[in-house]
Design a protein around this ligand. Sequence first.
Ligand code: EZ4
Ligand code: CO
Length: 404
Amino acid sequence: MKIVSADVIVTCPGRNYVTLKITTEDGITGLGDATLNGRELSVVSYLRDHLCPMLIGRDASRIGDTWQYLYRGAYWRRGPVTMTAIAAVDCALWDIAGKAAGMPVYKLLGGQAREGVTIYGHANGQTIDELLEDVQRFLDQGYRAVRVQAAVPGLESTYGLHGSDTGKTYEPADAALPTENVWDTSAYLDFAPKLMSAVREQFGFGFQLLHDVHHRLSPLEAAQLGRSLEPYRMFWIEDPTPAEDQDSFRLIRQHTTTPLAVGEVFSSIFDCQHLITNRLIDYIRTSVSHTGGITHLRRVFDLAALYGVRTGSHGAGDLSPVSFASALQLDLTVPNFGIQEYMGHLEPASEVFKTNYTFADGYMHPGEAPGLGVDIDEEAAARYPYQPRSLPVNRLRDGTMHDW
Ligand code: EZ4
Ligand code: CO
């Protein structure tokens, strides 16, 4: 099953997606998501200029060996660009393996370990009332878990808000130059418990409640936040503090029982090792498309399982439907599955990506189509050319750069 071509498709149906398409000599095609939001073209080049030529003539069924060849063969280790490119190759090869076997990838990974994958949606609002209405919409659809974000009073813009009529949350990432946001930790720490209190008062405790802090706090502030949210029994708070200084999570842990989820910006098992083996987090957020593909993410999840850490993969709208389908295939099989983020995709994406996953009762299922279960319509993709866009940056009131 020799690889005869490897092509990169760049498209912007609502937001930019980079997709790798590998074709074998018998005409089987496999897809992998290679989207790195705000830095898309660096992965395009990594693939087109470096990895694609190496793939031609290789045996598509040698998934693990190809992973090692690309990882060790780079000499330069890890990092989001490298690991996203390798992930795209890996997922495309799993897609091909599934199609060759006539099975969905989850069956190749050991078969389903649960009936469906619990997902959480993104509710948001400019005010608490607007947020409550949005939460209601998710509960009405059958969601069992909802992430809530609302505008912090006194700040001009808040992460996680950007109402569209679909109720999905997209960052205001519309220009090549980053927009500049202003952050105020005190205003946020005052507001967060009021927000969660309003949600629990209105809807009770019959669903899981999540919240993303998006790397904004110091460890001590994160400890204060975790404590203040304990009455509302959060499923997790996410990225309470940037995770470069991993030992600092000990301090958060010492002060609060609010569960912690970290890892959406990590790209390898080595980034997770300290947090997991020291039991400093409860959920690992690494994603299939930014962490080396199914082959590598499975190792992360296995390491996590040894330490009682459960999975909670990143599933924002800037990860394509190919990525989301890959995540579902793996989520369905692992023993320590926790939850899966699902932000959905803007409407034009459904013209480009044809998916098979289904939602019912709060659960997603990847479907029974062989492989990952996603096809790409390249003509539709060509109708939505790449648009340069950046993620926002964040500053304190005095202008100091902060984490966004
Ligand atoms: O800001 O994926 O939990 N989800 C998130 C996302 C990230 C984006 C960055 O590209 O934090 O919304
Ligand atoms: Co996040």
